[in-house]
Design a protein around this ligand. Structure first.
Ligand SMILES: Nc1nc2c(ncn2[C@@H]2O[C@H](COP(=O)(O)OP(=O)(O)OP(=O)(O)O)[C@@H](O)[C@H]2O)c(=O)[nH]1
Ligand SMILES: [Mg+2]
Length: 133
């Protein structure tokens, strides 16, 4: 079995973390979909690369807060990477993300880190995703 990568998905409450995971992994989001605030959830994705290798990625969907928040400490130990989500229509959600990122940087020990920037358009709003390993 290939390596299992663990990605923690975080960002302010209501920015669409669960929506993104549900859509990317199951493709089942419609304009009528109603989602409830997350407490804690795990999504497992099997990804086949261009080279034919198979990888398993475990996404940890977290509960977003409304103000500057810290991630529960156990995520900092298990994470291989982070998916940081904010809503371009909500400036406050970026402030929350900046504070989260600072907290991650301060507490991630000496793990290697690289950054990926991606933009996703869903419905009428744009959500920006930052994936950092
Ligand atoms: N218009 C619009 N609504 C969206 C979009 N993404 C998510 N939503 C809606 O925003 C609401 C919150 O989305 P969630 O995915 O539950 O947000 P979350 O970040 O997981 O929130 P918490 O679990 O509380 O931290 C839901 O009603 C979604 O349908 C989007 O791109 N555009
Ligand atoms: Mg959620």
């Amino acid at each position: 079995m290939g390596k299992i990568s663990k990605v923690v998905v975080c960002g302010m409450k209501g920015v669409g973390k669960t929506t993104i995971l549900e859509q990317v992994i199951y493709g089942n989001i419609t304009e009528k979909t109603e989602l409830h605030p997350t407490i804690e959830d795990i999504y497992v994705a099997n990804i086949e690369s261009d080279k034919g290798t198979k990888e398993k990625v475990r996404f940890y969907d977290t509960a977003g807060g409304t103000t500057n928040q810290q991630l529960p400490r156990h995520y900092l130990v298990l994470a291989d990477g982070y998916l940081l989500v904010y809503d371009t229509a909500n400036r406050n959600s970026l402030d929350v993300l900046i504070s989260l990122k600072k907290d991650i940087d301060k507490n991630k020990d000496k793990k290697e880190v690289s950054f990926f920037l991606q933009t996703l358009v869903m419905y009428f709003a744009m959500l920006h995703l930052v994936l950092c390993f």
